[in-house]
Design a protein around this ligand. Sequence first.
Ligand SMILES: *Cc1c(COP(=O)(O)O)cnc(C)c1O
Length: 416
Amino acid sequence: MSEPLALYGGPKTKVTPFGTGRRFGFEEAKELLEALEQNTLFYHFGGKVKKFLEDFNALYGVKYSVAASSGTAAIHVALGAAGVTVGDEVITSPITDQGTLVGILYQNAIPVFADLDPHTYNLDPASVEARITEKTKAIVVVHLAGNPCDMDPIMEIARKHRLKVIEDCAQSYLAKYKGRLAGTIGDYGCFSTNDFKHISTGDGGIVSVNSGREDDFHAVHAFADKNYRRFGTDVMRELQTLAPNYRMTELQGAVGIAQLKKLPWICERRTAYGDRITEGLQGLPGITAHRVEQGNVGTYWFYMLRVEEDALGCSREAFSEALAAEGIPNSPGYIPDVVYMQPLFQRRSAYPGSSFPFDLSGATYERGLCPNAERILQTAVRLNVNEHYTDQDIDDMVKAVRKVVYFFAPKENAVI
Ligand SMILES: *Cc1c(COP(=O)(O)O)cnc(C)c1O
């Protein structure tokens, strides 16, 4: 016998509040005060952004990184340093924040979308390779929701076709691919410190320069600072090509120093909680867990399971509603639709009244272009994961999912 759902007047599964906590404390305040006491908030004169990057480099085991004003900016900077320019095609994921795409279009390059693995929600290397043309210049890999993408085959494809690889790690701090940190495998790793990510500086971003080459570091650095080359005491202002001003201020750097210290704990908690949900969902009819491939570490910016409506015996929306009634906040899907369904792509117009740069490429954006990605968004249910949750919170989430599944599952699918 299944228990009556809370949706239909039965007892609610989650009766205790979810764990919460503060992100900012005295640690951040102390750093901020020190920043102000410097009497400058300019990254090149002060010490906070420099220390923030030093700590980031030590945590990530990289020689160079550059700060930026946002994750979107970080990706644009990486693209600029990679030499992405007018008419180039850049292959990326159709399930992402639009910040992944902004820099591509501002370089007057053309986003090309490859399909995803149905269980990791990350780029499928075979689909990436199938989208390569003679115009392809780079791949922007998105490690979605803290889950590392299958990097070995992607790096092999990139070497074969001489493409640059940029890793969008905005949602994937300290995620590991076969023991290596996501963000250190491609040419550049891009991170966001906007207020919704694992760590926050209000807004901000980081680009790791994985070649470890000084000239590469200088190129990344200049692209984030309108081509000012501030190395040592000499400043070079020669404008050979265009570059925006995406500088980080000392205020953000200061908060970032304190936030970075908390990052390993935040990620450990999220890994433990996400994996605990996966364990709890084993063997449920109609439910597919958020798959982190064996040997990898996910740091779950969110947890996204998929439902199979036939096996489940109800619609995704009914499942989501029943789960919410049990006291488990969740949302059907992630972004409403794949990003190529956005008007900008459907009209092939990024700049008002112009179809440039789309008219330089044969790339298309029709419904059905990436069937796995489209299907993922139609069948996904997203659960929150937070470092302040408790084991009890996670167990209640699992219990509620199991209760709803057993209630709706057709009898022939019922387990135990
Ligand atoms: C948040 C995010 C970005 C953009 O970061 P901002 O700091 O908001 O500009 C880019 N890509 C992904 C996958 C993100 O989640």
